[in-house]
Design a protein around this ligand. Structure first.
Ligand SMILES: N[C@@H](CCC(=O)N[C@@H](CS)C(=O)NCC(=O)O)C(=O)O
Length: 280
């Protein structure tokens, strides 16, 4: 396969053999592919998710809320294995018609409240418990601006740069150049913002930090996509300082462990979480 030879047909059709890491789960059709009820645990919050950057945002916020003593944030976290197509089960699609993790069901409301899209889940929980979201209108606008910045920007990082640099069946110069440039621009935006701010919005840690850290913090600290050197991530010194500080928070450390099988004996990750003691 080569990008030089490709000329798009008049009408696009689904090529199931298109290759790449996610070819087996990507489909041009929405909706359920099979009947499957979701499991339900004993806690008010039922989270159907996975320990990816979008999933970790939510477990980190839930752990932060629990650390402040909000018992209503107690949660069962169930693993949705997107590689096996669990996101296309009928029960999951009822909670998220877009078939992507994370999805939340709040069983403390009557009727129960479903929430999908990680940004919407962060806002819902922060508002419900009155934490990690400013009440002053100007401060709230700043928080929402950075939260929506993350929601709009990260697809260029993951779906654009990460996909073409790490997952596509071949290395194509054009998309790698285009998305590397954009990701470096985004890192520069963050770095300049953090020049005079401790956290994304100022002195207070809030849901904007929780949304941005699993993507850009992970990128600068953990060699995401094996691209640390290629993107020269360590040169974004303010982003590195901010990312390191958040990584030290006990609730961050707990939340970041939920939603994946351990990769080896040194890894303390847990696939599912049903009790605080699962992480103690
Ligand atoms: N904008 C969504 C993106 C969610 C998303 O892309 N989730 C990925 C994993 S990080 C997923 O579930 N992919 C499964 C699929 O595409 O079928 C959010 O922030 O919640």
């Amino acid at each position: 396969m080569s990008d030089e030879k490709y000329s798009p047909p008049k009408v696009w059709t689904w090529d199931q053999e298109s290759g790449g890491k996610f070819a087996n789960i990507n489909r041009p059709i929405s909706g359920a592919t099979h009947d499957k009820e979701l499991p339900v645990g004993k806690h008010p919050m039922q989270l159907y998710s996975l320990g990816t950057p979008n999933g970790v945002k939510v477990t980190v916020l839930l752990e932060e809320l629990l650390a402040l003593g909000h018992e209503g944030a107690e949660y069962d976290a169930y693993l949705i294995n997107i590689g096996n197509g669990d996101q296309f089960g009928s029960g999951f699609v009822e909670i998220n018609p877009n078939s992507k993790i994370p999805a939340l069901l709040d069983r403390s409301s009557e009727p129960h409240t479903r929430v999908f899209e990680s940004g919407a889940i962060l806002v819902y929980l922060a508002e419900k418990f009155g934490e990690f979201i400013p009440t002053d209108p100007a401060a709230r606008a700043e928080c929402m601006s950075w939260l929506f910045w993350q929601m709009g920007s990260a697809p260029y990082l993951g779906g654009g740069f990460g996909h073409f640099y790490a997952y596509a069946p071949e290395k194509f110069e054009y998309p790698i150049n285009r998305f590397a440039m954009e990701v470096k621009r985004q890192l520069d935006v963050l770095d300049k913002n953090l020049e005079n701010r401790k956290f994304i919005c100022g002195d207070e840690y809030n849901i904007a930090d929780m949304a941005i850290h699993p993507w850009y913090g992970y990128l600068v600290l953990k060699n995401a996509y094996n691209a640390a050197e290629f993107l020269d991530v360590k040169s974004y010194k303010n982003v590195v300082r901010w990312a390191e500080e958040i990584s030290e928070r006990p609730a961050f450390k707990r939340g970041a462990r939920v939603g994946r099988p351990p990769s080896g004996p040194e890894d303390n990750a847990i696939p599912e979480r049903h009790n605080a003691s699962d992480l103690d």
